[in-house]
Design a protein around this ligand. Structure first.
Ligand code: ATP
Length: 238
């Protein structure tokens, strides 16, 4: 059996009085793509934020490779290899593409290694290579998403937390992002994917969880979820 790299156990998270996560239990195994589906406000983004330490759980536990990371600071969690690409991309609009990518490896002392990773990012995203001098803010939505993913990859993460990578993008770009996610996974990156685009998510993922108002209401292999009548009705336009 493959190793569980990320384990959430009974996570509860509040924003003031708002009880956003009401006991979330999720396992992500080495080499998997796991998707989190659910309607608006279900708590998907909060789950990712709780893993990456941007918000803290009031109870429950987050374990990464067997280590309790529940109360660690976000930068420590990043250094351990868990990288969050938030919804809305958050690239630096007034920095160039190259500078944005370099920020992803700012803790790296080894200049040669940084250059190697930069070349790798440009090989993976040729559009970014062509636009290396361009300001982040002038890129198209799809290119900004590639930049956000490229910057995350500069840290060579063990686990990538992707929040709505397809949001607001044209179908052909969504396909391209999907292809990139698949490729990253085939190269060994474990991925927890939050998506409104359930069709794409269930195609890419090995396993899926469905959230509703802060709880997990269903979980299964994604092939099974794709055939589940209530999932088809609610998320796949059936
Ligand atoms: P969406 O698909 O719309 O992004 P989501 O499933 O990611 O939704 P969350 O963003 O995790 O949902 O929100 C879960 C709940 O927590 C919602 O009720 C939301 O209004 C609330 N919430 C999220 N962020 C905050 C915040 N910073 N302050 C207060 N409440 C918040």
């Amino acid at each position: 059996m493959s190793e569980v790299v990320l384990s959430l156990q009974g996570l509860q998270t509040y924003y003031g009085k708002i009880h956003a996560l009401r006991g979330i239990t999720i396992s992500v195994k080495q080499g998997q793509i796991v998707t989190l589906l659910g309607s608006n406000g279900a708590g998907k983004s909060t789950t990712l934020k709780t893993i990456s330490g941007i918000v803290h759980a009031s109870s429950g536990k987050v374990e990464f490779m067997g280590k309790d990371i529940t109360t660690l600071a976000p930068h420590t969690i990043v250094e351990m290899g868990v990288i969050h690409v938030p919804e809305g991309r958050h690239i630096f609009k007034d920095l160039t593409v190259k500078e944005n990518l370099e920020l992803g490896s700012f803790t790296l002392k080894d200049e040669k290694e940084r250059k190697r990773r930069l070349d790798r990012a440009f090989d993976r995203f040729p559009r970014l290579r062509e636009r290396w001098k361009q300001m982040g803010g002038t890129l198209s939505g799809g290119e900004q998403q590639m930049l956000a993913i490229g910057r995350a990859l500069m840290t060579e993460p063990k686990v990538l937390l992707l929040d709505e990578p397809s949001m607001g993008l044209a179908p052909v770009i969504v396909q391209e992002i999907g292809r990139i996610i698949k490729q990253l996974n085939e190269e060994g990156t474990t991925i927890l994917l939050v998506e409104q685009n359930a069709k794409m998510a269930l195609k890419l993922a090995h396993y899926g969880y469905v959230m509703d108002t802060g709880s997990i209401v269903m979980q299964d292999d994604s092939a099974k979820l794709r055939e589940n009548e209530s999932i088809v009705k609610a998320y796949l336009g059936g």
